[in-house]
Design a protein around this ligand. Structure first.
Ligand code: MN
Length: 236
């Protein structure tokens, strides 16, 4: 009985190696485990469940097989795939989670986040995030024709890449005070998130007690996952 956590696969057509690694991971690791949590930026881009590309179909079918093996599947939005919806999740009986969500991980309350909301030094990005997470804004976006959304997504990506190039390292990482604030607000001593592409286990203090922040890695040259069980401390 174990639970797996992954994030930041950034699946896309131009990286069949990552798709292949993910399909292998599902087959060899995720079949029959208790639960699989995908904590955002699962796909490099998402412009609506109606796009339905061959890659999206292939991934949904593979997840369906995992679900049929008994594994529960949970997804959280990232900053790239925040338009991924219930229609897509229903194809493999997956559940969309709010960011943040606290789960009981074998007796330890654990705060799950994508992680982008913790990067508060990036003021410009946080403004953009607030605009993109607005339900009215999302409804408006999803109402545009598919071709228009595809063009918009491409432009947004280019813009974000150009902007991030000039940013200092600390701006792209989480703000330590924000981490403590969130953990204390939720009364937890453990946080699990992705987004920063800096996989590590950090020891810190929250609410005057020892706490851990576990950062999931992105799938690029490495494959990362976190495994936890009743007798297994979460480990990368
Ligand atoms: Mn991200």
């Amino acid at each position: 009985m174990t639970t797996l956590f992954i994030s930041d696969l950034h699946l896309e057509e131009s990286r069949p190696d990552i798709t292949g690694a993910f399909l292998d991971f599902l087959k060899n690791r995720a079949m029959g485990v208790e639960a699989l949590y995908i904590l955002g930026d699962f796909f490099e881009a998402w412009i609506g469940d109606d796009e339905n590309t061959p890659l999206q179909q292939q991934v949904a079918e593979a997840l369906r097989e995992v679900r049929d093996s008994g594994t529960r599947i949970f997804l959280m939005h990232g900053n790239r795939d925040f338009l991924l919806g219930n229609d897509y999740c229903s194809r493999f009986d997956g559940t969309l989670l709010e960011d943040p969500t606290v789960i009981d991980l074998y007796g330890t309350p654990s705060l799950l986040m994508h992680g982008d909301s913790l990067c508060t030094a990036d003021v410009e990005y946080q403004k953009f995030r607030a605009r993109m997470r607005d339900p009215q804004m999302q409804k408006m976006m999803l109402a545009r024709p598919l071709a228009e959304r595809q063009l918009m997504a491409r432009q947004l990506r280019e813009m974000s890449m150009a902007k991030n190039q000039g940013k200092e390292e600390y701006i792209m990482d989480v703000t330590p005070e924000e981490v403590v604030k969130e953990m204390e607000a939720h009364g937890v001593q453990r946080m699990i998130h992705g987004h920063t592409h800096r996989p590590a286990v950090h020891d810190l203090e929250a609410g005057g007690k020892p706490a851990k922040r576990i950062v999931l890695g992105d799938w690029d040259s490495h494959v990362w996952w976190l495994e936890a069980g009743p007798d297994l401390e979460p480990q990368l």
